[in-house]
Design a protein around this ligand. Structure first.
Ligand SMILES: Nc1nc2c([nH]c(=O)n2[C@H]2C[C@H](O)[C@@H](COP(=O)(O)OP(=O)(O)OP(=O)(O)O)O2)c(=O)[nH]1
Length: 230
């Protein structure tokens, strides 16, 4: 199986009219629904080898040459092969993504949500978080992502540590933050139910399983997100 990157439809404008076109079945359509942002690259396992698609025009780049370009409600995608020379430089030399994840602390508890099978961290418990947007600070990103995913307002936002995550062909530079509720009586809402099963508070001594691997490793390694005397 070959790894390909599928970008949002507007990226397909970069393609030339003579690009080779194939119809490819059985890509998982609903996973693409999550990718609405221009910068957001979704990774898919492609059911054919790239090589087998190189029937008449042999100039595929094997890492970043195939983009989804058609109606996402069908399970049959038109996939265009693009000549390597037609791919913009940034597609050939991808940069790391910048992620922000937030330990929201309340009493001795942390807020976790179990992710649905849509992207990195499938079916595991993760913290609220997302990707840094253009011009945003880590703190602003934390406030925005927490609000977008849980409806909660946070304060006392602090950076804790930064880790590198290598996931398939992606490199994500993730900064873990901590924060507290602006109003301790707020309750989390599941604002993105297509992405998350729901948010719950978990005692630091009884954390949920299965937890997202890198996060589990960090916590099992003795990482404690609570300030001294919290
Ligand atoms: N949400 C979250 N992401 C984490 C955690 N640990 C960790 O390494 N990451 C990484 C994996 C993700 O690719 C990245 C955050 O992106 P995400 O997958 O949550 O992004 P998203 O779709 O919710 O948001 P966005 O791209 O629309 O901004 O950070 C964590 O505990 N929670």
């Amino acid at each position: 199986m070959a790894m390909v990157s599928l970008r949002t439809p507007e990226v397909s404008l970069a393609m030339k009219p003579d690009a080779d076109t194939r119809s490819v079945k059985s890509l998982d359509a609903h996973r693409f629904n999550n990718s609405t942002r221009r910068h957001h690259v979704q990774k898919f396992m492609f059911p054919l080898t790239v090589k087998s698609m190189m029937i008449s025009k042999p100039a595929f780049s094997t890492n970043r040459s195939i983009f989804q370009t058609c109606n996402k409600s069908t399970s049959t995608f038109r996939v265009h092969g693009v000549r390597a020379s037609d791919i913009k430089n940034e597609e050939l030399s991808p940069s790391p993504e910048v992620g922000v994840s937030v330990f929201i602390l309340k009493d001795n508890k942390i807020l976790f949500g179990r992710r649905r099978s849509v992207s990195v961290g499938d079916n595991t418990y993760l913290l609220p978080g997302g990707h840094l947007e253009l011009g945003e600070s880590h703190e602003e990103c934390a406030v925005r992502e927490v609000k977008e995913e849980t409806g909660l307002d946070i304060k006392n936002i602090e950076r804790l540590t930064t880790k590198n995550l290598y996931y398939d062909a992606t490199h994500i530079n993730v900064t873990y933050m901590r924060a507290q509720l602006s109003d301790p009586n707020q309750t989390p809402q599941n604002i993105e139910p297509d992405k998350c099963e729901g948010w719950e508070w978990y005692d630091f001594n009884n954390l949920p399983e299965p937890m997202f691997g890198p996060l589990k490793e960090m916590l099992q390694g003795g990482f404690n997100p609570f300030p001294i005397g919290f």
